[in-house]
Design a protein around this ligand. Structure first.
Ligand code: PSV
Ligand code: MN
Length: 403
C-alpha cells in the first residue's frame, strides 16, 4: 500500500499497493455447498483439501493476489499438517487462517463455549486448543473464531453467565497462542440463534479482545450486519483502536447471503477500502501498523455460480475497490472536510469511485505476467477441463459438509 501521505499517489505507488494486496480464499468455497434447501452438485468441485488447495493455487495463478487458503477444521482435517503445508507451498500458495468448528456436533445444541454444561464448554475449548496446535504445524498466523452460540428465547439463559463463560474459554485459548499468533474474533448479530448471539456485534467482540490482550483482534464479516449498518465506520473505529484484525469478505442482500464481494454493494466495498488506505497513511504509526496487518479473507460458498469463476471475480472486485480507494485525492478531501464543504467532499470521494481503474489494473497484470483477462483465461484454459474430467461431479447432499 502507499508509503507517503502525498495525494493522489504516484503510479508506481499504486502498482506497489496492488502488488502487495493479498486476499485469502476459503477452502470451503471450493467444495459443493448450498443452502438448507438444496446443494447443487458442481462439475469438477473439489472433494478433498488437496483439491481445494489446487483450486486456490489456480485462483492465485490467475490473479496474482490470492496467495493463501484458509482451512476449516475438521472439514479439512488431515493426519499430517506439515505435509499439507508443503503441498500448498509446492503449488505456490500458503495455508492461512485456521477456522475451528464448534457448531456441528449434537453436544452444541445449547452452545459451545457458552453452553450451560461445563463438559460441553470443555469439549469446545479442547477443540480450539487442538486448532492452535494445527496453527503451529501449518505455520498459520491466525486462529479465526466464529461461534454459533446464542439463545432463542428470553429467559432461556443468563446473558452475563454466558459472557463470562465465553471470556474464560477465550482466555484459555489466548494463553496458548504462539507468540507471533493472533486470535481473530468474529461477530454475527443472529443465526443460528435468533433471540441473542453471544458475540452479537463489534462492541462485544472488541470488549473481549481488549480484555484478552494485544494478540486478540476483531474480524469483520461483511455479511454479519443488519440492513444499512455503516460497516466502513465500524472499520474506521476498529482501526483507530488498533483492533481490526481481518475481514471475511462477501456481499449480502438480506443477511449472511455469501454473495460475491462487491457484487451488490461496490460502493460499500470502496468506502471500506478507503478507510483502510487512509489508516495506512495515518501519521500515527500504531494505526498504520494495524492497517498493514489486516488479514483480507473471503468467506463465501457459491451455490449456483461456477465456483472458481466466482472466487476469481471476488478477488478481482477487491482489487478494483483498492485501486479506486488509492485514487482518492486525500489532500483535496481533507481541505473540503475542514472547510465544511459537504458536497465537495462527497464529490471528491465519488470521483475516485467513478474512475476507470481498468487501465491501471491492465498495466499491473502485464507487468507481473498475469493473464490480461483472468476470467476468460479460466473459462478457456486447461485447468477446468482437467479437473472436471478428473473429479467428475461429486455427490452433493444438503448444507455444510460434516466431518
Ligand atoms: C459463519 O456464518 C461464518 O461467517 C464463519 O466465519 C464460519 O466459519 C463461516 O461462516 C463458514 O461457516
Ligand atoms: Mn465469516
Amino acid at each position: 500500500m502507499p508509503s507517503s501521505p502525498e495525494s493522489p499517489p504516484e503510479e508506481d505507488q499504486i502498482f506497489d499497493a496492488l502488488a502487495s494486496q493479498a486476499i485469502e480464499t476459503p477452502s470451503w468455497g471450493y467444495g459443493n455447498s448450498g443452502t438448507r434447501f438444496k446443494t447443487f452438485a458442481a462439475p469438477g468441485a473439489a472433494r478433498t483439501i488437496w483439491e481445494k488447495i489446487d483450486d486456490a493455487a489456480e485462483v492465485h495463478r490467475l490473479t496474482g493476489i490470492a496467495p493463501s487458503i484458509a482451512l476449516h477444521i475438521p472439514w479439512d482435517k488431515v493426519s499430517d499438517y506439515s505435509e499439507l503445508a508443503q503441498y500448498a507451498q509446492d503449488k505456490g500458495i500458503e495455508l492461512g487462517a485456521i477456522n475451528p468448528n464448534v457448531f456441528q456436533k449434537d453436544e452444541y445444541r445449547l452452545g459451545s463455549i457458552a453452553s450451560p454444561d461445563p463438559n460441553v464448554r470443555a469439549q469446545a475449548t479442547d477443540h480450539l486448543l487442538e486448532c492452535v496446535e494445527i496453527m503451529k504445524a501449518t505455520g498459520s498466523r491466525d486462529l479465526s473464531l466464529w461461534f454459533a452460540d446464542g439463545t432463542n428465547y428470553a429467559g432461556q439463559d443468563s446473558f452475563r453467565r454466558r459472557k463470562r463463560a465465553v471470556r474464560e474459554a477465550l482466555q484459555t485459548v489466548y494463553n496458548s497462542l504462539p507468540s507471533d499468533g493472533r486470535m481473530l474474533l468474529e461477530y454475527k448479530f443472529f443465526e443460528p440463534a435468533f433471540y441473542y448471539t453471544d458475540l452479537f456485534d463489534w462492541g462485544i467482540a472488541l470488549n473481549h479482545c481488549q480484555a484478552l490482550g494485544p494478540q486478540a483482534e476483531v474480524l469483520v464479516d461483511l455479511g454479519h450486519h443488519a440492513q444499512s449498518t455503516n460497516i466502513e465506520a465500524i472499520v474506521a473505529m476498529l482501526l483507530d483502536e488498533g483492533k481490526l484484525g481481518g475481514f471475511h469478505f462477501n456481499a449480502r442482500r438480506y443477511a449472511d447471503d455469501d454473495l460475491i464481494v462487491g457484487s451488490t454493494n461496490p460502493y460499500e466495498l470502496f468506502c471500506i477500502y478507503t478507510e483502510l488506505v487512509s489508516a495506512e497513511l495515518d501519521a500515527d504509526a500504531a494505526v498504520a501498523a494495524t492497517a498493514d496487518n489486516v488479514a483480507y479473507m473471503i468467506d463465501q460458498s457459491h451455490n449456483i455460480e461456477p465456483k472458481l469463476e466466482a472466487m476469481v471475480q471476488s478477488v478481482l472486485n477487491c482489487q478494483t475497490a483498492l485501486a479506486k480507494a488509492l485514487l482518492v485525492d486525500r489532500d483535496a478531501l481533507k481541505s473540503a472536510q475542514e472547510d465544511g464543504d459537504v458536497l465537495l467532499a462527497h464529490r471528491i470521494l465519488n470521483r475516485a469511485f467513478e474512475a476507470d481503474v481498468e487501465p491501471i489494473i491492465a498495466q499491473f497484470r502485464s507487468k507481473f505476467d498475469l493473464p490480461s483477462d483472468p476470467i476468460s483465461e479460466l473459462r478457456n484454459g486447461q485447468y477446468l477441463k482437467d479437473v472436471i474430467a478428473e473429479r467428475g461431479t461429486a455427490e452433493a447432499g444438503g448444507g455444510y459438509p460434516t466431518d
